[in-house]
Design a protein around this ligand. Structure first.
Ligand code: PLP
Length: 464
């Protein structure tokens, strides 16, 4: 049966499939040094930022690499082969996303790129609606383009989210409208009621784009079933870290827009006019927004990951991930100092992403100790979703930090940011167990090392 999670009552769903084994990923045996000088196998628990490559993806890319050639611009055998592979990859992605007949797949650099591309193609005067809980990639691209952007307050339940959109659209009037929503939060991992939001949007004549950066690696995404107009995701979060992403969906706004990048590949013909100017006829279809030499390895890697996930069986992957989530939640629930951040309630269905704070600890200090003393890689900060994390932390204000440069501060200072643990198809049970044991030990025994702030990060103080 389907494991489709994207409804407000996803909690009621059951799964017939048995969990599978973790999929083989690169780096699963990599050892990292601890501050003590020992070495341990790295526990990669930051999949939500970038997931390790599937071994299968790596093998496929390695097998293709000797045949690498230019795409859409070469008469030679390897150029033809690479062009075929690129276009087949598009078809594989279309299949993976269960696209409609007329939908397009545009290869981009990642989700941020995809949503910026779409923002540039939205008709002038479009009203855009996004919840303030979005990742900055889906919160910010609409600004500064003459669009009428409306940010909806953080809802506290899926029903509230649908009701808030309903209310906003009810007074939106005529003209083009676009709703942007995330499928699964990069902070809480909670799954959003995408199908209900799409139904609401369409009833009011609005279109909807799904940010599936965190959903697609964990759950099947059917554009037909969800009835969204576009979907965006990143290869590097889908076990295919070769610099490509996807924007897929309706072609009309994309075909009517100026090309995302002007250049070769996007242009069908270019001619010098009598007055000395240059006239361009742009392609329609995906090529219009793929100017320059396409990233065939990135596209092929995404297609390989799509095939690998499909073949492993999404139901089994979901079942396995749910077991890991249950293990993690039970472990953390037994540590009273840990507070899990949640918008919709701790029992709401989520993907393998969970953020928390630890009473009495600065999150940067805690994450640094997990890395330096246990070889566990998590993330701390505001996770490029500043309004959401601040809401979840209880409105405590901190200075804005650059993404990837969290406000590190010395141990003992007030915690202004959070810790995020995330995992996926390649995570062994042992990593989750090791993580829970390390959190418990740090909370009960404290860090074994002194830490200081250096270059904006909390690091062990080895100056002795
Ligand atoms: N949307 C969500 C929900 C994300 O979690 C992220 C990245 O963490 C993005 C968008 C942006 O993805 P990328 O950095 O691959 O462009």
């Amino acid at each position: 049966m389907s494991s489709y999670p994207n409804t407000a009552d996803a909690a009621a769903q059951t799964l017939d499939d048995a969990p599978c084994q973790p999929l083989a990923v690169l780096g699963r045996e990599v050892e990292v040094p601890l501050v003590s000088g020992e070495k341990v196998v790295y526990a990669a628990l930051d999949y939500a930022a970038s997931a390790p490559a599937l071994q299968r993806v790596w093998d496929d890319v390695a097998a293709y690499a000797p045949y690498y050639g230019s795409v859409h611009r070469g008469a030679g055998y390897l150029s033809q082969l690479s062009t075929d592979l690129f276009e087949q990859s598009r078809a594989t992605v279309a299949d993976f996303l269960d696209l409609r007949e007329d939908d397009q797949v545009v290869f981009t650099r990642a989700t941020t790129d995809s949503l910026n591309l779409l923002a540039g193609a939205v008709p002038a005067d479009t009203r855009v609606y996004a919840f303030e809980t979005e990742h900055h990639a889906s919160l910010l691209p609409w600004r500064g383009r003459g669009l009428d952007v409306h940010y909806l307050r953080a809802p506290r339940s899926p029903e509230q989210a649908v009701a808030a959109l309903e209310a906003a659209l009810a007074e939106s009037g005529q003209g083009p409208k676009l709703v942007c929503v995330t499928g699964a939060s990069n902070v809480t991992g909670e799954i959003w009621p995408v199908r209900e939001l799409a139904e609401t949007a369409h009833r009011h004549g609005a279109r909807i784009v799904l940010d599936a950066a965190q959903l697609a690696p964990h759950h099947p995404v059917s554009v037909r079933e969800l009835d969204v107009d576009w979907v965006a995701f990143s290869g590097h979060k889908l076990y295919a870290p070769f610099g490509a992403g996807v924007l897929a969906g309706r072609g009309d706004w994309l075909d009517a827009a100026e090309p995302y990048l002007a250049g070769g590949g996007a242009s069908r013909t270019v001619a010098r006019e009598a007055d000395g100017s240059v006239a361009v006829e742009w392609h329609r279809g995906p090529a219009r927004h793929e100017a320059g030499s396409p990233n065939v390895i990135g596209a092929y890697a995404i297609a390989s990951a799509c095939r690998a996930l499909r073949e492993a069986g999404f139901d089994s992957l979901v079942a396995r991930e749910r077991q890991l989530i249950a293990r993690l939640r039970a472990g953390l629930a037994a540590i009273p100092e840990v507070r899990v951040l949640t918008l919709f309630g701790e029992d709401h269905p989520r993907v393998g992403v969970l953020s928390f704070v630890v009473r009495g600890w600065n999150s940067s200090h805690f994450s640094a100790a997990l890395s330096a003393e246990y070889g566990i890689g998590v993330r701390d900060g505001l996770f490029c979703a500043h309004p959401l994390v601040r809401t979840l932390l209880g409105g405590e204000q901190s200075e804005p930090s650059e993404c990837g440069a969290p406000e590190a501060s010395l141990p003992g200072e007030r915690s202004l940011n959070a810790i995020r643990v995330s995992f996926g198809a390649g995570t062994p049970d042992e990593h989750v167990d090791r993580f829970v044991a390390a959190v418990r030990e740090l909370v009960t025994q404290g860090a074994q090392w002194a830490y200081r702030t250096e270059g904006g990060r909390c690091v062990p103080d080895t100056r002795r």
